[in-house]
Write a protein that binds this ligand. Structure first.
Ligand code: HEM
Length: 409
């Protein structure tokens, strides 16, 4: 076994020690090689910032190949019919489309997420945040995720989409079950649950769309329905997928950024002090929360053209390239003192939101949601402390804590 093989063997997403702290192994991988073949997934995997940065923007690769090739043409099996509901639910998701369909749908969705529209939401966000922080203050000791971040981020996205808040728990349960399908290693039971959740969620969304058609409210789903009704090219399936991707993408990553980021602050009390004392403004600190312990650790691309070479490796059409965000975000070639959690770093050009045509459409909203929360926490609870050491969910791609128990003095 070569030295590289032994490091790659430790890139084991089923190993609890790796999940607890993947960064030592990710750092070793990145320093040993810019690219390696993951024997478990067959994916060539990039480790360094510059390669990941460029690959995200490289139009010779895509998040999907089905607009150009059949599964057989790229040597892939047909999708498993047992997971039909899951595949159908993401069929028209922005994350599964390439131009021209991607361009058409993205243009419509982007209209709702302009920086101006997002700034206008700030008072609503602050209202949700205050309400939940009041409850946390009453509790004295609370779980930042269950008592704050989850209800907060769902309230925000539901209020944008026009989904009743009373359905929040249903949506949370479906979203949690579905996103597990994106992990590198999933059990049969997890897939069955994800598929069932996608089916239930689709039925729910279709009923909601029918409701919006009857009584429009000017919010996102209603607006998408209006476009369809005006004879544009948005089909019901497209509206369903768009609604669901916004709820899924718009929720988990924001919650996990708050959890992972506040854990980082609790482990670095001097950095928390800098925020509490106003030496580092909250906008700046949010960028380091996103970079240092990113809530999304791996993304994939399909090679769509011949002649693609990345990090010295030549690819054939239909091959898959994976990008290790956590390794790239700690690349010392790009970030000085990359392993240090420095709230005042102020470098927004990380890749936590991706890059290129799939760059996170919700980034302005996510940044504001996290910033409002951080500001509220710092103002209300300057002496916040960790009650117990938190643990991470046993998943790699979506990196987040099971709970973050905090106490006010
Ligand atoms: C901290 C929170 C968030 C993080 C770290 C994050 C991260 C990302 C990343 C990395 C991508 C690109 C994936 C790729 O290139 O393969 C992405 C895309 C996307 N995100 Fe986010 N996201 C966050 C919050 C949100 C929110 C709040 C929303 C919506 C309300 C949202 C909606 C989307 C959508 C729809 C896409 C697909 C865009 C496209 O394919 O054109 N995200 N996000």
């Amino acid at each position: 076994m070569t030295n590289l093989d032994s490091i790659v063997a430790r890139f084991d997403v089923d190993d609890p020690a790796f999940i607890a702290d993947p960064y030592p192994v990710l750092n070793e991988l990145r320093e040993a090689t810019p690219i390696f073949l993951n024997p478990n997934t067959g994916q060539w995997t990039l480790t360094r910032f510059q390669d990941v940065f460029e690959t995200l923007r490289d139009r010779r690769l895509g998040r999907s190949y089905s607009h150009l090739f059949t599964h057989a043409e790229v040597g892939k099996p047909e999708p498993d019919p047992r997971w039909a509901a899951f595949h159908q639910h993401e069929r028209w998701s922005l994350l599964c489309l390439e131009p021209p369909d991607h361009t058409r749908l993205r243009r419509l969705v982007s209209k709702v997420f302009t920086p101006r529209a997002v700034t206008a939401l700030r008072p609503a966000l602050a209202g949700f945040s205050e309400e939940l922080l009041d409850r946390c203050a009453d509790l004295g000791e609370f779980d930042l995720l269950a008592d704050y971040a989850q209800p907060y981020s769902v309230a925000v996205i539901c209020s944008m989409l026009g989904v009743p808040r009373s359905d929040t728990q249903l949506l949370l349960d479906w979203s949690h079950a579905i996103v597990k399908m994106y992990e590198l290693s999933t059990s049969e039971a997890v897939r069955v649950a994800a598929n069932q959740a996608a089916a239930d969620y689709t039925d729910y969304t279709k009923a909601l769309i029918a409701e919006k058609r009857r009584s429009p409210d000017g919010l996102l789903i209603s607006e998408l329905v209006r476009v369809e009704d005006e004879g544009d090219t948005l089909s019901e399936d497209e509206i369903v997928s768009t609604t669901m991707v916004l709820l899924e993408a718009g929720h988990e990553a924001t919650v996990n950024t708050l959890g992972n980021g506040m854990r980082a602050f609790m482990h670095h009390p001097q950095e928390w002090r800098r925020v509490v004392d106003g030496d580092v403004d909250t906008k700046t600190a949010v960028e380091e929360m996103l970079r240092w312990d990113s809530p999304l650790q791996l993304f994939e691309r399909w090679v769509l053209e011949p002649g693609v070479e990345i990090a010295g490796q030549t690819f054939e059409v239909g091959q898959e390239v994976a990008m290790l965000f956590g390794a790239a975000e700690r690349d010392p070639r790009r970030f000085a003192g990359a392993d240090t959690f420095d709230a005042g770093r102020g470098d927004p050009a990380h890749i936590a939101f991706g890059g290129g045509i799939h760059f996170c459409v919700g980034a302005p909203l996510a940044r504001q949601e996290i910033e409002v929360s951080l500001a509220g926490l710092a103002k209300r609870f300057p002496g916040l402390r960790l009650v117990e050491e938190p643990s991470y969910h046993p998943t790699f791609v979506i990196r987040g804590l099971t709970a973050l128990r905090l106490a006010t003095p």
